[in-house]
Design a protein around this ligand. Sequence first.
Ligand SMILES: C[S@@+](CC[C@H](N)C(=O)[O-])C[C@H]1O[C@@H](n2cnc3c(N)ncnc32)[C@H](O)[C@@H]1O
Length: 287
Amino acid sequence: MQTTPSGIEVPKTPELLQDFERFKRMLHERTGLDLNQYKFDQTYRRIWTMAERAGFRRFTDYFRYLTEEEARLRSFIDRLAINVSELFRNPEQFELLAREILPALLRRSFSLRVWSAGCSYGAEAYSLAILLHELAPNRGHLILGTDIDQEVLTRARHGVFQESDLRSAPSPYRERYFRQFTENGRTLYEADPALQRYLRFERHNLLSDPYPQGFDLIACRNVIIYFSDDAKERVFREFYRALKPGGYLFLGNTERIFNYQQIGYENPYAFYYRKPESEVLRWQNAS
Ligand SMILES: C[S@@+](CC[C@H](N)C(=O)[O-])C[C@H]1O[C@@H](n2cnc3c(N)ncnc32)[C@H](O)[C@@H]1O
């Protein structure tokens, strides 16, 4: 028996484990979401907690309840994906990006193609838009923000943030790029519409959809921590293919690619993996 941080006991009898396998199968058939690609213990615990709160002690009973209403099922999937984010999360990683990586990429390409994969409500994508606007405005850069969760994508398109989202944002950027307003007694911040021209938000499941291609930079931070080791490996290989030669993959500050050399990456800075330039030659020779 495990206990969640909020004190809920999580039983794991053989019957419940079997019931959970049925739940995963039914959910996969109904929605295409394959929970086998997420870490087992964490997923089991979270779904048990949600089921328990809704008054169920069998996963398949909870599934029947969820599927009674489409909106209920959608909201379950959305809650399953943890959406925590903030602008300039881990600011030292963004400093390196602004000081070294983006200037180097901008020397090679007039406009950059950037992908914020697992972008949640867009804080990371807007942070990247601010840096590009500062370094090289009006050059037609694209920042594609994708997530599995439709609800956060709607929020991302609006570009409205809370005070807590801005706590790591450098103050000149806070002042320059956000308009403060009050709604229902809450202080909110609207991102400068000038940033919108770079941004596009689309739904994409990293575990089942084909990957868009040709990126100078892919930020995928605090997303793969929920994935199984096999799923992580596949995602890292897909990102490698999706990068241009010389392009960078930017990971979260608890994430590593242990076999990066085997995949082909270089690791010039902590949390940054690069597809070698020499790929250009290989690619040119092949064509
Ligand atoms: C913790 S947030 C990370 C947000 C942002 N990258 C950051 O670091 O601040 C994780 C996001 O990954 C998304 N996610 C989870 N599984 C996914 C999948 N299979 N495909 C795409 N996005 C996924 C979740 O919906 C959630 O918005």
